[in-house]
Ligand binder design. Sequence first.
Ligand SMILES: Nc1ncnc2c1ncn2[C@@H]1O[C@H](COP(=O)(O)OP(=O)(O)OP(=O)(O)O)[C@@H](O)[C@H]1O
Ligand SMILES: [Mg+2]
Length: 261
Amino acid sequence: MGTIFECQNATKAYGGLTAVKDLSFSVNQGDIFAIAGPNGAGKTTLFDTITGVSALTSGSIRFEGQEIQRLHPDRICRLGISRTFQTTTGFDTQTVLTNALVGATLGRKGTGRPTVRFSDEAVEAALDALELCGMLHLQGQQTGKLPVFDRKRLMVATAMATQPKLLLLDEPVGGLNRAERDAMVDLIRKVQQSGVTVLLIEHIMKAVQALANRLLILHHGQKVAEGPPAEVLRDERVIEVYLGRAARHTAAVAGGGHDDA
Ligand SMILES: Nc1ncnc2c1ncn2[C@@H]1O[C@H](COP(=O)(O)OP(=O)(O)OP(=O)(O)O)[C@@H](O)[C@H]1O
Ligand SMILES: [Mg+2]
């Protein structure tokens, strides 16, 4: 499969702090490509630059061969990149279905315009995405009242309703209990099997190992290692800069043990 996405010498500075430094990598169509690294390594910053939330200081980001730097987020979404957020994010006063409909309307095949009447195509795309995420029965519920797992699934559904080619997931498994994590891993696999390439930020190494065919470790904004997860997780420098911390992070966040990391 060919390259769908490519970062070349990507650098993002916030004033004196360089959050992403000279980072290059490429994602093949059909990949589940995982990015991990200590807190503050620059992972979310990278997603923000890919999705047009903020611009790179230097370097390039190409999607299907096209430079997407400096395009607005809505344009990038319409090209076929959508994302979820590390912090659970949605239109809390609206129903589950309306959240998915907003995704469908602003997505790759939507009208791109806010509307008081959703098109039949948007309704179909929204319902398809809710079905994929196992949420059809919740479509009439108010989003803000849902438990965390459903809110995280709804972020995936809303992003999938945009009919993306590349889906960016920022810690989809974090904060979930064991059964929910397994369900989220299954959902991400279903997303990939539906033909969507996945770029995944995740601290929980069990989930990364279950899903990813490639893993990149970021530390202080720079690539420490990249390759098949089993190889990367054996890398001495990765163990030194990340894995000890990851075990502690997971234990602190999930109340779990080293087996979760
Ligand atoms: N908008 C911003 N303005 C200034 N500094 C920022 C901004 N966003 C992030 N940073 C800084 O950039 C660095 C990278 O942050 P980022 O959120 O990308 O890390 P991360 O790898 O996603 O961490 P975590 O695992 O905790 O989510 C941190 O030092 C952070 O404080
Ligand atoms: Mg982050």
